[in-house]
Design a protein around this ligand. Structure first.
Ligand SMILES: Cc1cc2nc3c(=O)[nH]c(=O)nc-3n(C[C@H](O)[C@H](O)[C@H](O)COP(=O)(O)O)c2cc1C
Length: 394
């Protein structure tokens, strides 16, 4: 990989991980990802902001080969895809001081065994002069770990935002060129790891919005030369507003649950409600997470397997529970043969969600006309709840 200048004296050293398809052994990456480090050369000192994933060490070490001296290495986030190379870099640059937030200090020591004496904690708002360039450190906790901070360079009105505002997108483009693709990738990223911290992210957005920003340089994905594009998107995602949409993760072994789901979908569409169906036997969990960002209602549908829900349906319910989307309504559809506790178990799995349950349907075997009448009534209840809710828009 090569270093590329985004402003005079500021270089992006990006590892583009084109072939990576799974992140954190959890998150699908249909578009790959990248890990961005930034080299900032001032008239008096040089700093490196973040590193790269250790699996791709050469992509950072190669471009750094000509950098004989680093005065500072800044760790904005302790997760290994950005911090993993710190021990090696501290060895290679013995005069460098590692700067991080107060909370990050113990995390870098526990996760990477960095020597405490190499670390200097920076406080929220503290500045560091590199000569003709200044770095200001701004604490932005919980995007998506407790220690996260961003760095602002006022002379170039540049914000190094680390995971905040980033996107899992492998591209050779320096700046965002395809807005639709970047929006989708950034929303996927937000949904999968940021959504549970929506409220604190809103405060962090207010904090950074007070700064004049010309470019946002994240640690994943392309650089934003129109910051409002991503800041406005984030504002929308963290806002309390929800959409007139229903997300239906479902699975079906022999078709009964699927018949119920398809009827519910048709019935909702007839009533002007948008639906997103995800067959969990084939679905991309990230695509499901994206729709959870805005939807007003979640409906989980499953057959009964050994008394409880199908494990894939339980997984989807637990995922939604963990991501804490802003949905306000829920329903559960279950098919069974002789005895089922699937409704109770799904309800237990989504206990974090502050949802009103608008209906549950327990169907023995194949649905019949009576079942379809019940399903239509559920669709009506969902459509009505959406209509009456002042937070539902779009
Ligand atoms: C492996 C397996 C385990 C099952 N366990 C139960 C069970 O514990 N209780 C029950 O009522 N039905 C059980 N069933 C029956 C299904 O829940 C029932 O056939 C249901 O209608 C299937 O829905 P589907 O057509 O959407 O797959 C089981 C079926 C299979 C294949």
């Amino acid at each position: 990989m090569i270093a590329r200048e985004i402003r005079k004296g500021i270089q992006l050293i990006a590892t583009v991980h084109w072939e990576r398809r799974l992140f954190d052994s959890l998150i699908p990456l249909p578009d790959g990802t990248s890990y961005n480090a930034y080299l900032v050369e001032g008239s008096k000192a040089t700093a490196l902001i973040d590193t790269t994933d250790p699996a791709k060490a050469d992509d950072l070490l190669g471009p750094l080969a000509n950098v004989k001296k680093l005065d500072y290495i800044i760790s904005q986030h302790s997760e290994q895809d950005h911090s993993g190379l710190l021990p090696l870099l501290l060895e290679r640059y013995p005069a460098a001081t590692l700067l991080c937030s107060r909370k990050a200090e113990e995390m870098l020591i526990s996760h990477l065994h960095v020597a405490k004496e190499r670390i200097k904690v920076v406080e929220d708002g503290e500045t560091l002069s590199l000569g003709d360039k200044t770095l200001q450190f701004i604490y932005t906790p919980w995007v998506h770990w407790p220690e996260t901070m961003v760095t602002y360079l006022p002379e170039e009105r540049c914000l190094f935002s680390c995971d905040f505002l980033g996107s899992h997108l492998a591209t050779s483009d320096l700046y965002v060129t395809n807005r639709g693709r970047t929006y989708e990738a950034a929303k996927r990223y937000f949904a999968e790891i940021m959504m549970p911290f929506r409220n604190v992210i809103q405060k962090n957005l207010d904090k950074i919005s007070a700064l004049p920003i010309d470019i946002i340089a994240p640690s994943h994905g392309p650089v934003y030369d129109d910051p409002s594009f991503i800041i406005d998107a984030y504002r929308d995602w963290v806002s309390p507003g929800i959409k007139n949409e229903v997300v239906i993760p479902y699975i079906s072994m022999h078709g009964s649950t699927e018949l119920m789901v398809k009827r519910l979908a048709d019935s909702l569409v007839k009533r002007g409600v948008k639906v997103h169906l995800f067959d969990l036997s084939v679905t991309d969990i990230g695509a499901l997470a994206i729709t959870l960002v805005d939807a007003a209602t979640i409906v989980v549908a499953t057959p009964t397997v050994h008394i409880g829900p199908h494990p894939m349906a339980l997984y989807a319910a637990q995922l939604a529970n963990m991501l804490r989307p802003k949905a306000k309504y829920a329903a559960v559809l279950v098919s069974y043969g002789w005895s089922s506790k699937a409704i109770e178990q799904i309800a237990g799995a989504i206990s974090n969600l502050k949802v009103e349950v608008l209906g549950t349907i327990l169907q023995k075997g194949m649905p019949d006309d009576g079942t379809y009448t019940e399903i239509d009534a559920l669709a009506e209840a969902i459509a009505e709840a959406h209509k009456k809710d002042p937070l539902v828009c779009g």
